[in-house]
Design a protein around this ligand. Structure first.
Ligand code: SF4
Length: 471
């Protein structure tokens, strides 16, 4: 997708892909279709699945939404009872069909397919070493890097080759690997990217988010532990670790913004987290106003929380146009200026002559906030007080989230006062870091984009990453 269109469609953060896998279920392709569909919010650029009938692995993937790539005919041709699938938003690696996952590798030790969510921080070094030793890459995806490592460790058993390869990589990731007769699920040792396990009849399901279990009637069992590798086969589920190091640094933005409100991330429901963040905001930053309005969709739970805590009525003042898809025609420069209006509309009768508390989940560049506030004021809002349900984003992300360069991050450039002026709000308060942990009821989280304290080595210095234009 062209960069301009990408910016037009989302001037906020972008999800970093979703993975879904099933083992020993009837009509695996159909189940995977519904699983991927429920993870569509994590990536809309491309999707795919690989299905095993225990003899062969068949693949279908393409650029577009799940409903655009798959139909009944295609699903019926993907025969088998085991499958992995992927929805993609291009963070590292760029777009293009060659980067759409899963990847299917033919190898003398046995064919296998691979899909991942997240980003490796040392992939550049590993790729260079592999290339010097004869590997040729077809894509720029981290999945291919892991596949080459697994192939190179081919003298070991499959599980040992996977674990040996995982020990060589660093970053935030959840990998699914499908062979003809086994499904492997791996989670990074820092616990940055989510991955959960569920039961479906006599089989198993793994997914980035638990909302994918609900839609197919699977029963949640547990989250994979950081550093855990599960092998799911006919003889059951075997758990082992690829690393003794293990931390629970779940990405805070999963709670704040990425995940669906009906998902449960490490025992905390996302909607409950957001509602609590709104309540906290109301306690730390009360303001006299007439209505509380959330920016749809991800800020609605926090807006409800703010309203409940403050006693100020919750109102629907903004409506989102949900049907701007990947193939939406690129607007001209003039129309792009109005892009927020295409995505959001104000209900004038709700906000006219009102003092509005506007709840947003996060502020990245500030452009969307400025336009929404302008729209509210054009519609007659007397005051707009912005309350943000996360701390200020001051640093880039290296773990698979599309957080821009320092230059693009408004909180990295400007003081709170300056941001308030820049976006045109009457007052502005962000949730603090301590409150974030309280809302998630946990003592460990990745909060690096708020604090700059990265849980892993970065390998590539930040200045160098900036020069690459990646951050
Ligand atoms: S840096 Fe921010 S977006 Fe990236 S993994 Fe950590 S909390 Fe998530």
């Amino acid at each position: 997708m062209q960069d301009e269109l990408k910016e037009f469609m989302s001037s906020k953060l972008n999800e970093e892909c979703g993975v879904f896998g099933v083992f020993n279920v009837e009509n695996a392709s159909e189940i995977t279709y519904f699983g991927l569909h429920s993870l569509q919010h994590r990536g809309q650029e491309g999707c795919g699945m690989v299905v095993s009938d225990e003899q062969n692995l068949s693949i279908k993937k393409g650029e577009g939404l799940v409903a655009e790539i798959f139909n009944n005919q295609i699903l019926s041709e993907l025969k088998g009872c085991h499958a992995i699938g992927h929805v993609r938003y291009s963070t590292a690696g760029g777009g293009g069909i060659e980067n759409v996952q899963p990847f299917l590798f033919r190898h003398h030790t046995g064919d296998f397919a691979l899909a991942h969510n997240g980003n490796l921080v040392n992939s550049k070094d590993i790729k260079l070493t592999l290339e010097k030793n004869g590997s040729i890459f077809q894509s720029t995806s981290d999945s291919e890097t892991l596949a080459h490592l697994i192939s190179r460790n081919g003298k070991h058993s499959r599980i040992d080759a996977i674990k040996e390869s995982l020990r060589m990589i660093e970053g935030g990731f959840a990998f699914l690997i499908l062979t003809k007769d086994s499904l492997y699920a791996c989670r990074d040792k820092h616990g940055l990217r989510p991955l959960s396990l569920a039961r479906l009849n006599n089989g198993y399901v793994v997914a980035s988010e638990t909302c994918a279990f609900d839609v197919i009637g699977a029963k949640y069992i547990r989250d994979l532990l950081p550093g855990e590798v599960l092998k799911i086969a006919r003889d059951g589920v075997i758990s082992s670790n690829y690393s003794l190091f293990s931390k629970h640094h779940m990405c805070a933005m999963e709670y704040v913004y990425f995940s669906r409100p009906d998902s449960v991330m490490e025992h905390v429901n996302v909607h409950e987290f957001r509602k609590e963040s709104g309540r906290m905001l109301a306690r730390i930053s009360p303001v006299e106003a007439d209505i509380v309005v959330g920016v749809p969709d991800s800020s609605l739970s926090a807006a409800l929380g703010y309203s409940l805590e403050s006693g100020i009525p919750y109102e629907i003042g903004l409506i989102k146009n949900k049907y701007i898809g990947r193939t939406f025609i690129q607007p001209s420069q003039k129309l792009r200026e109005k892009s927020v209006k295409m995505k959001l509309s104000v209900i004038e009768s709700v906000v006219k002559d009102k003092r509005v508390i506007l709840i947003d989940d996060s502020i990245v560049r500030g452009t969307t906030s400025r336009r929404i506030i302008a729209m509210l004021k054009e519609a007659g809002a007397k005051e707009v007080h912005v309350r943000v349900a996360s701390p200020q984003i001051t640093h880039p992300c290296f773990y698979g989230v599309d957080i821009s360069t320092y230059e693009e991050l408004i909180s990295a450039r400007l003081s709170l006062e300056e941001i308030n002026r820049e976006i045109g709000s009457d007052s502005l308060v962000f949730l603090d870091n301590e409150a974030l942990y309280k809302c998630a009821k946990r003592t460990e989280l990745c909060d690096a984009c708020f604090t700059g304290k990265y849980p892993t080595n970065l390998y590539q210095p930040i200045e160098e990453a900036n020069k690459d234009g990646k951050f």
